[in-house]
Design a protein. Structure first.
Length: 105
């Protein structure tokens, strides 16, 4: 997908703004257009956004399961992926955001 970087920057912005519903919708649309090597990682980003939304809303039942799905998807992130840098940066933003929300709660 030629525009994955653009989508990922937008996704990161929505995460930074704590607009997880929009991040979920964006991840779903990226998956529909995504190339094969990045699809599992983007699916993990979808799970992470859902986990953060649940955490934000105080719906703790699904947080761990969704976050574990994200962690599992990270194993597909390898330096051979041509979008490695932007995907890795997205992972760092997701994890920092989760830590920030957990500190608040």
């Amino acid at each position: 997908m030629a525009h994955l970087e653009r989508y990922m920057f937008y996704y990161m912005d929505t995460i930074n703004e704590k607009n997880f519903k929009e991040a979920i919708e964006l991840a779903q649309s990226i998956i529909e257009e995504c190339e094969d090597e990045s699809t599992p990682i983007i699916e993990g980003f979808l799970s992470a956004a859902k986990s953060l939304q649940a955490l934000k809303m105080g719906e703790f039942d699904d947080v761990e399961e969704l976050w574990n799905s994200y962690e599992e998807a990270k194993r597909f992130l390898t330096p051979s992926n041509r979008h490695y840098a932007i995907l890795l940066e997205t992972c760092m933003i997701l994890e920092n955001t989760k830590e920030e929300i957990e500190r608040i709660i």
